[in-house]
Ligand binder design. Structure first.
Ligand code: NAD
Length: 245
């Protein structure tokens, strides 16, 4: 049986659709959670909903402050770090010929560079325990490409390759670095898609529905647990069969 009791876990993007579901699921399995996001109101709501959860407001685009953030977050959790779920992410869609350098850089910087730095400083903490789990949330479109998302798809594909490199570097130290690649999941991010495009997307999903945030949270639960100790550098696709790797 999966038990995350006494496991210290940081979850980024914890106030979003998928993030909140990850918080709920790992909390049900008794993890010691530090949830981070950028909005006070939403973080306060999380704190009121989940007993004993720690919250820490942080904008992950502040690259130079990430080391300090990991330090503060780990201290709040009691001084050690077992797992980080890098879930924060943004989209800034545009056809590539119209995509500004700013739109390109903002998405790459937040989705890829910040994730790298969060991994780097988490690894430093995990090396002290000689164990740890890093779970990076990518996207099906990082494997398939997608119209209007050259920046986002590049950032998510980059996370997959980076995670494999980190997995190779730290496997001997019992640190597992894996990715979860969601298909189209019902959250604010996909609410932005027009209904007619949603219908086209659903027509390409063998399960004939969008995913629920819980579908992703359950995959995180597995990879965060000791049931996944021999899985490293892998990407778990959770997409209702729309893309089979
Ligand atoms: P969401 O918009 O509901 O949540 C995104 C989260 O990221 C929010 O909590 C937001 O506060 C946080 N975030 C954004 N910018 C931030 C910043 N600068 N600093 C700190 N936090 C920041 O979207 P979601 O659907 O829950 O997405 C969660 C993750 O799943 C993202 O990485 C996204 O790319 C990925 N994903 C989502 C889908 C989907 O269909 N919803 C599909 C594939 C991948």
């Amino acid at each position: 049986m999966i038990n995350l009791e006494n496991k210290n876990i940081i979850i980024t993007g914890a106030t979003g659709g998928i993030g909140k579901s990850i918080v709920k699921t790992l909390h049900n399995y008794k993890a010691n959670i530090l949830a981070t996001g950028t909005k006070d109101e939403k973080l306060d709501k999380l704190k009121s909903e989940f007993e004993n959860i720690k919250i820490l407001k942080f904008d992950v685009s502040q690259n130079e402050k990430i080391e300090k953030f990991i330090e503060n977050a780990t201290n709040q959790l009691g001084g050690s770090l077992d797992c980080i779920v890098n879930n924060a992410g943004i989209t800034m869609d545009n056809l590539s010929i119209r995509m500004s350098l700013d739109e390109w850089k903002k998405v790459i910087d937040l989705n890829l560079t910040s994730t790298f730095l969060l991994c780097k400083f988490s690894v430093k903490k995990m090396l002290k325990n000689k164990s740890g789990k890093i779970i990076n949330i990518t996207s099906v479109v990082g494997h398939t490409g997608n119209l209007g998302q050259a920046n986002y798809t590049a950032s998510k594909a980059g996370i997959v390759a980076m995670s494999k490199s980190l997995a190779i570097e730290y496997a001997k130290k019992n640190i597992n670095v894996n990715c979860i690649s969601p298909g189209f999941i019902k959250t604010d991010m996909t609410d932005k898609i027009e209904d007619k495009f949603k219908e086209v997307i659903i027509s390409k999903i063998p399960s004939a529905r969008l995913g629920e945030p819980e579908d992703i949270a359950n995959a995180v639960l597995f990879l965060a647990s000791n049931h996944a100790d021999y899985i490293n550098g892998e990407t778990l696709h959770v997409n209702g069969g729309m893309y089979m790797a």
